[in-house]
Ligand binder design. Structure first.
Ligand code: ADP
Ligand code: ZN
Ligand code: ZN
Length: 749
């Protein structure tokens, strides 16, 4: 048998990950050595015995064979947490295409100087009546932040400090001021060694509906019988999904298991977090982007030590090294942010299912608008499907009006607001209710072009048009390049260089003109460069310091505003016109979510969808909040085109300094793929190769981009193709060129 080699890492901490050592695998161990296994190896000059982890296997070596040492034995201490991390990294490397090092860096906690997370809590020092009086005072003095804290403390006697800081967006200075005034107490505790009792022992429990109880019992029964699987809970926002998660987690904890809860950061609201804190007290830890590396490491270390039971966080929380993982919840499983944008380009949903199967744990997916992937698999019986209908509480679904913008123009309305929308906005302003206007673009989205010769102002480094901003600058949203807007067309010198105005800034300008009395806030990528500014805008709107909030996708997530009774979607089909197989799905999700923002309080909501394509199925079904009909039409299209989830798709993206070289490499790789599959006739019939081609954005930051796609019903066939391409690139020793793999991509390139 041919000699096999193993890459071994002696000290599995981040800094050393980059330098694995190669060892020979002795014949008698060849069956038992795979990534994740702990082995004894001779190390260093004196061949001292050391324990290391196998992270990768290979058939060849770049070193002189006689210089390579041999693995001594397999360590019999069993599977450690690190072992399972390495196994998952290896799976990700194979499944998604990346180096083992990149995969290891994704799954292993960064070893850092410990900076302990300060666990602080805020306790009220006044009774409810006194607090209410203080709230009135603060409101009179225009101190909304103070009022927010005090109002929260009327509801809850004790609150976690970071919850107030982050989710109520209150500064530490404000909290200190309130402490000085004697309203509250800030205390630090060494909670982790001494977990205190749950925050509210007398938490008001809702009486679960029969449907909720059934789901919880079903999931747990499977689990107890060793048949843990994947479950999809489909239910509109407010239908009680979170109660189901809480119920499952609670019983998991009672069995000594832990839970990972993935929630897109943008959707993780104060109310939701509070519910988790109330139910599980200090056994909950929240991972978010504001934590330092040291704090994150500390958090993961605690999870490994069994000091917490539940972690809540975005995609990366998936790699929390719990010793006895029982369940992974993926809320809002359709969210695009669950797919990593850097290598390995893993999907958190699929990776969660893989991790869970290693631990015999359950996976619960939840969404109001399930991804095509999840619903397709649920219908195929791979996942168990649960439908939750109706909202708890009284809030009914909003009434939806579709407005045909072509008709508006016919009737001489050139404003961005249709007559219907204007009428309803006017009503809101007079009733003191709030409106949200949603546009799925940012900035002065549009490009600047010459009306005389058609010249489009483009970024000199990227193949995209520049966007005009109010300060007169032209900005590239890919690389950040900026230039002053020229007065004349650089091509024909005419002075008719105009912006195509359809962005949030322009909506705000139109509002000022048409509703001069309205107080307007704008939220998009430009106004929310920092996380804080994002929270600030939301807080201001929640405090009703504005009548109208104008924004992009980010306003449609999470956050309940009980006083919002009108949602306007200004150009619903903008997102449809993209050359992208997921455009219909994304539009449906966005519209459904946006519509769901209206009427969350006791007042009924209304929604106006303005569009040039009122008959498009994504728009019609979103207006009716009819997921099933949307799914049926969309899956027919995917099936016909053999797009995911019906088939699988691998995108291969080549970036290069020189255009010709990139083009050539892309062509060669495409040819190789076509060649392999001619050899294997039976499969070649179902393999489809698209390309080679320039990417839709053919240049970013002076790097040329070429792309091709392979489609096949069997994911593993695509993995084999990727492996073959990786070998090909390794032999070529590419310089100035990089190749990226993206399985079932979220966007086409
Ligand atoms: P989702 O996660 O689907 O948005 P939630 O679990 O947050 O739904 O429930 C929405 C609201 O309805 C919450 O305030 C919740 O407390 C309440 N609720 C959920 N289930 C019940 C129930 N069985 N009885 C009464 N209220 C419920
Ligand atoms: Zn011109
Ligand atoms: Zn650019």
């Amino acid at each position: 048998m041919a000699q096999k080699y193993a890459d071994v890492i002696i000290d599995i901490s981040h800094e050393k990950v980059d330098r694995p050592f190669q060892y020979k695998i002795p014949q008698e161990l060849s069956e038992v050595i795979y990534p994740g296994v702990r082995v004894h190896v001779p190390f260093g000059k004196g061949d001292r015995d050391k324990v290391g982890y196998v992270v990768d296997l290979s058939d060849s070596t770049d070193y002189p064979v006689d210089k390579i040492k041999t693995i001594t034995s397999v360590d019999d201490k069993g599977i450690t947490i690190e072992s399972s991390r390495i196994q998952i990294a290896y799976w990700m490397k194979r499944q998604y295409g990346s180096t083992m090092i990149a995969a290891l860096k994704t799954v292993l906690p960064v070893k850092q100087k410990l900076k302990h997370l300060e666990k602080k809590k805020v306790t009220r020092c006044l009774d409810t009546e006194q607090l209410e009086a203080m709230v009135c005072q603060c409101e009179k003095k225009h101190q909304p932040a103070k009022a927010r804290v005090l109002r929260a403390l009327i509801e809850e006697e004790i609150l976690p400090y970071e919850l107030i800081r982050q989710k109520l967006n209150v500064s530490s200075a404000t909290l200190q001021a309130l402490e000085k005034q004697g309203c509250l107490r800030i205390e630090t505790e060494s909670i982790y060694r001494n977990p205190v009792k749950h925050m509210e022992s007398e938490e008001k429990r809702v009486l679960l509906s029969e449907n909720q109880r059934n789901i919880i019992e079903d999931v747990l029964r499977d689990y107890r019988q060793g048949r843990a699987g994947t479950y999809l809970v489909h239910g509109v926002t407010g239908s009680g999904k979170t109660e189901v998660y809480l119920g499952i987690i609670e019983q998991m904890i009672a069995m000594g298991k832990q839970a990972i809860v993935l929630i897109p950061e943008i959707a993780l609201t104060y109310q939701t977090l509070l519910r988790f804190y109330k139910r599980f007290g200090d056994r909950v830890s929240v991972m978010n982007s504001t934590l330092s590396m040291g704090e994150k490491y500390d958090q993961l270390r605690r999870a490994a030590a069994g000091e917490i039971d539940v972690i809540i966080g975005p995609r990366s929380a998936l790699f929390t090294p719990f010793p006895n993982l029982g369940v992974i919840i993926v809320d809002e499983e359709h969210e695009g942010s669950y797919k990593s944008e850097s290598m390995p380009k893993y999907h958190a949903r699929e990776t969660a299912i893989r991790i869970a199967s290693m631990h015999k744990a359950s996976v619960v997916l939840g969404s109001a608008t399930p991804s095509m992937e999840a619903y397709y698999r649920a219908k195929a019986g791979e996942y168990k499907l649960y439908e939750m209908t109706g909202r708890h509480g009284n809030s009914a679904l909003p009434s939806v009006y579709i407005v045909d913008l072509r008709e508006e123009l016919k009737h001489g309305n050139r404003s961005v607001f249709s007559a219907k929308l204007r009428e309803l906005m006017d009503l809101r302003l007079r009733n003191g209710e709030q409106t949200m206007l949603f546009l799925n673009r940012r900035g002065y989205a549009g490009f600047v072009s010459c009306r005389a010769c058609g010249h489009v102002m483009k970024c000199p480094h990227c193949d995209v048009s520049l966007s005009e901003h109010r300060n007169g600058m032209l900005i590239c949203h890919y690389c950040g390049y900026e230039e002053i807007r020229p007065a004349n067309c650089p091509s024909c010198r005419s002075k008719y260089l105009m912006g195509f105005k359809a962005g949030t800034e322009q909506i705000v300008e139109a509002l000022h003109k048409e509703f001069p009395q309205a107080r307007v806030l704008r939220m998009d990528a430009d106004t929310t460069r920092t996380k804080e500014s994002y929270e600030k805008i939301l807080a201001a709107f929640a405090d009703e310091r504005a009548d109208i909030l104008v924004g992009t996708q980010m306003i449609v997530k999470g956050h309940d505003f009980p006083n919002v009774t009108l949602v306007g979607i200004l150009a619903a089909d903008l997102s449809l016109n993209r050359n992208d197989y997921r455009a219909g799905e994304r539009t449906f999700q966005l519209l459904t979510q946006a519509a769901g923002r209206a009427g969350r309080g006791d007042k009924p909501g209304e929604v106006v969808i303005q569009t040039y394509q009122p008959e498009h199925y994504s728009i019609v079904h979103a207006a009716n909040q009819d997921y099933l009909s949307f799914y049926e039409e969309e899956i027919t299209y995917r099936d016909f085109m053999r797009y995911p989830p019906v088939a699988h798709m691998l995108a291969v993206l080549i970036t290069s300094r020189e255009q010709e070289a990139g083009k050539e490499l892309c062509k060669e790789m495409t040819k190789l793929v076509n060649g392999i599959w001619d050899e294997r006739e039976s499969t070649s019939r179902s393999l489809q190769v698209i390309g080679p081609a320039e990417a839709a954005i053919s240049r970013i930051n002076d790097l040329y981009r070429h792309v091709f796609y392979a489609k096949h019903a069997d994911y593993q066939v695509l993995v084999e193709i990727k492996d073959r391409l990786e070998r090909f690139c390794k032999e070529k020793e590419l310089k100035n060129q990089t190749v990226q793999y993206d399985f079932d991509p979220m966007n086409t390139y």
